[in-house]
Design a protein around this ligand. Structure first.
Ligand code: AGP
Length: 591
């Protein structure tokens, strides 16, 4: 949810910190700040808004130093303001924080009784005051131990103590890694922030405290120094370049044919193949958030339809609190691009405690979920910089479609379907995506509206859910995805003259039903847009997208990208901030 970067070494500290902040801005961009120290003086610079605002401001202060911490914020406790921007400094303690402290209010009151006053609304400032108070009777390591016992909630912290030439790092639930190089050390929320400098790192685990000094680092657990294995990642410096694309979102949509091809090739090579066969299970729970959950809805339709296994899809934020009913042959599939979504992690841990097998469909190989799920299928979509997910979503759908395909083959239910059906998709999608004129024209029909409906039945409804979310996320149009047959049971009252209704019709058995529902809206003045396949296209007077007809396992892989592109162009025409939509963050690591 927020991004943390820290550095100690001989490089220009501000350069390292700014590079990290720009790499982490996808995690939140309401405000930013940094603290740099030369061991004696610590200088804090903060801004509201983007990291670029901080860079402008920093030049004016122009301070020196050899270690520092920095932060880019997604507001949780307290709005986007200078007072709430990190780092927060109380007494001897200066820190940056990613996470939410659930009992911060009570701790704050007790600290106020001890004479502390607060200039921000944040829980992070409370942590700084808590540690400062503990330091009156304890050294920092013991104070951190006390903090671990008292604080409830999640945190990743970079901490500088007045008079000490080192950075302390601790975490609970929120991600934090330590990058290592000769005589220089980093802390970061995500490996992408430091890959320019090192590909050697370790993940800080809960209960551990890292101390980064000028020429050495130590990691403590219960006040004892422990060893941490260094991981060397083979990911090249994750390309954070848009090349000649105007936006990362467009670049990442256009990458979908290649990331799909890589995934299908890895499946054919047998990578993790045993995890694609779920024929031994009688029931599947798919648990995720947002777009990942909507990928799950497509997975549900395909696994039930083609592999004859019962599937329920749950929002992780609900699932983690609901009564769970499992039978002995239940598999829980958790879908997450970041592998750091707080609600999905919590659901995973709860299910694991109940000894139910967990399969993670994950993009980030260095994430908490990639480490903790019993089985993992990496979707290898590469780094997504745009906050709105596109290529990762499509690979999530492809993995779920391959699970349905593999399982149905194993159960002898789809013998006539070959993997070549999947292999044909990347080239077909490449051609579909290059027809941008069609999507630009539809976007011109949409961008001046403030309300919009998507309707579909069965798997087409699942597709509508993601299409609608994409449009909302990047264009701020209030869009609603509706089961086509449900619209007339009340919500049709919202249909008025000119309102766009996008009908997805790819299922030959349900097409005529959905068309009837579309006509019910047209009869009330709606403006219909049809997304369909060449097999079903007998639509004369509609603005439409006609896609190649492919096997039911793969059809959604051609439909969703067109809805992503339409959303992209609508956002472009509305002048929205496409790669960093307002109020959003790429990885929701808080509840
Ligand atoms: C961003 O476009 C998505 N719409 C967002 O809903 C995302 O899918 C959700 O936050 C889950 O993230 P994850 O896949 O990293 O767990």
């Amino acid at each position: 949810m927020c991004g943390i970067i820290g550095y100690i070494g001989n490089k220009n500290v501000s350069e390292v910190l700014f590079h990290g902040l720009y790499s982490l801005e996808y995690r939140g961009y309401d405000s930013a700040g940094m603290a740099i120290s030369d061991g004696k003086d610590l200088k804090i610079t903060k801004c509201v808004g983007r990291v670029s605002n901080l860079e402008d401001k920093y030049k004016k202060d122009n301070n020196k130093g050899f270690f520092g911490i920095a932060h880019t914020r997604w507001a949780t406790n307290g709005g986007a303001s200078l007072e709430n921007a990190h780092p927060h400094s109380v007494g001897k303690v200066t820190l940056v924080h990613n996470g939410i402290i659930e009992n911060a209010d009570n701790i704050k009151l007790s600290l106020i009784d001890k004479g502390y006053s607060f200039s921000s609304e944040t829980d992070s400032e409370v942590i700084a005051a808590f540690l400062d108070n503990e330091l009156k009777n304890n050294n920092i390591l013991n104070s951190i131990q006390v903090m671990r016992k008292e604080l409830k909630g999640s945190y990743a912290l970079g901490i500088i103590i007045e008079g000490e030439e080192c950075i302390y790092a601790v975490r609970k639930d929120s991600p934090l890694l330590i990058g290592v190089n000769r005589n220089e050390f980093f802390l970061a929320s995500d490996i992408a922030a430091i890959l320019k400098y090192t590909n050697k790192y370790f993940l800080l685990d809960e209960g551990e405290t890292a101390v980064l000094e000028r020429n050495d680092y130590k990691v403590y657990r219960d006040e004892k120094i422990i060893h941490k294995d260094i991981i060397t990642t083979d990911s090249k410096s994750q390309s954070l370049d848009k090349f000649d694309y105007e936006h990362f979102m467009l670049k990442e949509i256009m990458e979908e044919p290649i990331v799909l091809k890589n995934l299908i090739d890895s499946y054919k090579n047998g990578d993790n193949i045993k995890y694609y066969d779920i024929s031994n299970y009688e029931e599947v729970h798919i648990v995720a958030c947002g777009s990942a959950m909507y990928a799950g809805l497509i997975g549900q339709a395909l696994i039930e339809e083609e592999a004859n296994i019962k599937v329920n899809v749950y929002a992780a934020s609900e699932y983690r609190y609901k009564k769970k009913i499992f039978n002995l042959k239940t598999l829980v599939i958790l879908v997450s691009q970041s592998g750091e979504t707080a609600d999905t992690i919590a659901a995973m841990r709860e299910v694991k405690e109940m000894n139910i097998p967990t399969l993670g469909i994950i993009n980030n190989p260095n994430s908490t979920m990639a480490r903790e799920c019993d089985y993992v299928i990496l979707i290898n979509a590469g780094v997504e910089v745009a906050v709105a997910t596109t290529k990762a979503y499509i690979n999530q759908v492809c993995v779920l479609a391959l699970i349905a395909y593999t399982t149905s083959l194993k159960k002898g239910l789809s013998n006539d379907v070959s993997i070549s059906e999947f292999e044909s998709i990347p080239n077909l999608l490449h051609d579909v995506l290059n027809n941008t004129f069609i999507y630009e024209e539809i976007a011109k029909d949409l961008y001046e509206h403030n309300n919009c409906f998507f309707i579909g039945r069965g798997i087409d409804y699942a597709i509508c859910m993601e299409g609608s979310l994409k449009l909302k996320e990047v264009s701020y149009i209030h869009s609603e995805a509706y089961q086509a047959g449900e619209l007339k049971h009340g919500t049709i009252s919202l249909i008025e003259k000119g309102i766009p209704v996008i009908a997805v019709m790819s299922d030959r058995f349900l097409k005529d039903k959905t068309l009837s529902n579309l006509k019910e809206t047209l009869a009330r003045g709606a403006y219909g847009i049809v997304i369909t396949t060449s097999e079903l296209d007998d639509f004369k007077d509609f603005r439409k997208v006609t896609l190649p007809s492919v096997n039911s396992f793969c059809q959604s892989l051609l439909i969703v990208p067109t809805l992503q592109l339409i959303s992209y162009y609508v956002s472009l025409y509305r002048g929205c901030d496409i790669d960093k939509p307002k109020n959003l963050a790429k990885s929701v690591t808080v509840e």
